[in-house]
Design a protein around this ligand. Structure first.
Ligand code: C2R
Length: 192
């Protein structure tokens, strides 16, 4: 009887924790893309944020096709608790700049390779006029955008700082291993 009550009590605590986790979890990173056709690239950003346990949201909005919704999103982002925005677009990629014009939340722009090898999107995102910066990563650089967002958040989050340090350490180990493999490759004129 006593054990039955106790296990029920533990079950209640467990359920409470799960429910409150999902109810309380609000996004601190917002991934915005000009179209769902950008999703195959932006999935890399979503995966990294997920792996680092960073709550994020993901939406498609277009400065060209849904200008009012973009303005509303940008104006409310800071109040909603969003700390970094990752905005991706291809072609005439005005989306990241238009978002940056209406918020003080830092915007990281991801040029999507769609036409002209992505150079059109890169230039549209990176060449912002003075006063409205968009921190632009390389063409299709969704992973770097997420890492940069995580680094910004880690300035005020020790746990995240440690996770990022581990992530970078893994990258280092990969290169050390790659070099060991290269050492094993033999050529007559390859000097050791
Ligand atoms: P569709 O595949 O929907 O035709 O979109 C999108 O990011 C996408 O790469 C083609 C491309 O158009 C881009 N797009 C923009 C904007 N809205 C959509 N650059 C914008 O507002 O900047």
């Amino acid at each position: 009887m006593y054990y039955g009550c106790f296990s029920l009590y533990l079950y209640d605590i467990f359920m409470y924790k799960i429910v409150s986790f999902y109810l309380i979890m609000t996004p601190i990173v917002s991934i915005i893309m000009g179209s769902t056709s950008d999703l195959p690239i932006m999935e890399k950003a979503a995966q990294l944020l997920n792996d680092l346990h960073i709550p994020f949201e993901m939406n498609a909005l277009s400065a060209h096709r849904t200008p009012d919704a973009v303005e509303e999103f940008a104006k409310n982002a800071h109040r909603k608790g969003v700390k970094v925005i990752i905005a991706a677009a291809g072609m005439a990629a005005h989306l990241p700049g238009v978002i940056a014009a209406s918020t003080i939340v830092p915007v990281i722009g991801v040029p999507i390779k769609s036409t002209l090898e992505g150079i059109d999107a890169l230039l549209a995102i990176v060449q912002m006029p003075p006063g409205i910066p968009v921190a632009t990563v390389g063409i299709n650089g969704a992973l770097n955008a997420a890492i940069l967002a995580a680094q910004m958040l880690a300035l005020e989050d020790k746990k995240l700082e440690r996770k990022l340090a581990d992530y970078k350490e893994e990258l280092k180990i990969k290169i050390v291993k790659a070099n060991e493999e290269l050492r094993a490759v033999k050529y007559e004129y390859k000097c050791e």
